[in-house]
Design a protein around this ligand. Structure first.
Ligand SMILES: O=P(O)(O)OC[C@@H](O)[C@@H](O)c1c[nH]c2ccccc12
Length: 261
């Protein structure tokens, strides 16, 4: 059966082909951002003066539809940083998540903490693009990549200075972890059917390499859950919808951080 993830990836491949008509890896290499140093998410997450939260800017999602269509990106992400976010995640997929490069650029303009490009990266072209648009790290989703693809894409990312967050959803994807991965995310949300199961993160955690930063992703809406996951051994928490759906995402974030300490 064709899943939403298959649909998104198929669409990505169409977009990449379209972009390749006018852009090339070479053009990315020559871009202004390309030689700029990246900010380390690893370092920021381990900085104990911050919350450990990777706060996400997400306008919509395939599972929820519009969450906050017209949110002001600069306002929201500045609040995230001010109240202790370790990293900001910005969706750059347009069709399914309502994101854009412009959102990422605007976020970059006001932030001092690292910015994660949240998208569906399936081709080397997008890795170079990620650096060219000024992101500090990128997401790779194990579910839609072979072990070889994860290896190749993460190696390329490291070569150009980007950090890599590899997202896993099940134990059998652990074999895709390699030496170029900086952070491992366990997605509580099954991208095939959108079911959320917090216990999932805890189960897989026990089997993760100890030297990597471990991120619990998705479906977190209670500060107590963060405490619980931190106790279990997670160092970072990727949270989007819970803040974005609030009338004032910054305030919601501030409150959440206080209660999750
Ligand atoms: O909004 P939530 O439930 O707090 O989840 C954030 C983040 O984990 C989620 O947006 C996400 C996790 N993996 C992804 C892959 C692609 C797009 C989005 C995602």
């Amino acid at each position: 059966m064709k899943t939403i993830l298959d649909e998104i990836v198929a669409q990505k491949r169409v977009e990449i082909l379209e972009k390749q008509k006018t852009q090339s890896i070479e053009s990315f290499r020559n871009s202004e951002n390309f030689l700029l140093p990246v900010k380390s998410a690893k370092v920021s997450i381990l900085d104990e003066s911050k919350s450990g939260i990777i706060a996400e800017f997400k306008r919509k999602s395939p599972s929820k539809g519009f969450i906050n269509k017209d949110a002001n990106v600069k306002e929201v992400v500045s609040g995230y940083e001010k109240f202790g976010a370790s990293v900001v995640s910005v969706l750059t997929d347009e069709q399914f998540f309502g994101g854009s490069f412009d959102d990422l650029n605007q976020a970059k303009e006001v932030l001092n903490i690292p910015v994660l490009r949240k998208d569906f990266i399936v081709d080397e072209f997008q890795v170079y693009e990620t650096k060219a648009i000024g992101a500090d790290l990128m997401l790779l989703i194990a579910e839609c990549l072979t072990k070889d693809e994860v290896y190749h894409l993460s190696k390329t990312a490291k070569e150009i200075g980007l950090e890599v967050l590899l997202e896993l959803h099940s134990e059998d994807q652990l074999e895709k972890v390699n030496e170029f991965i900086d952070l491992i995310g366990i997605n509580n949300r099954n991208l095939k059917n959108f079911e959320v199961d917090i216990e999932k993160s805890k189960q897989i955690l026990k089997q993760l390499p100890t030297d990597l930063i471990k991120v619990a992703e998705s479906g977190i809406s209670d500060p107590k859950t963060v405490k619980e996951l931190r106790q279990a051994g997670f160092q970072a928490f990727l949270i989007g919808e819970n803040f974005m759906k609030a009338e004032n995402p910054c305030l919601a974030f501030e409150q959440f951080v206080k209660e999750s300490k």
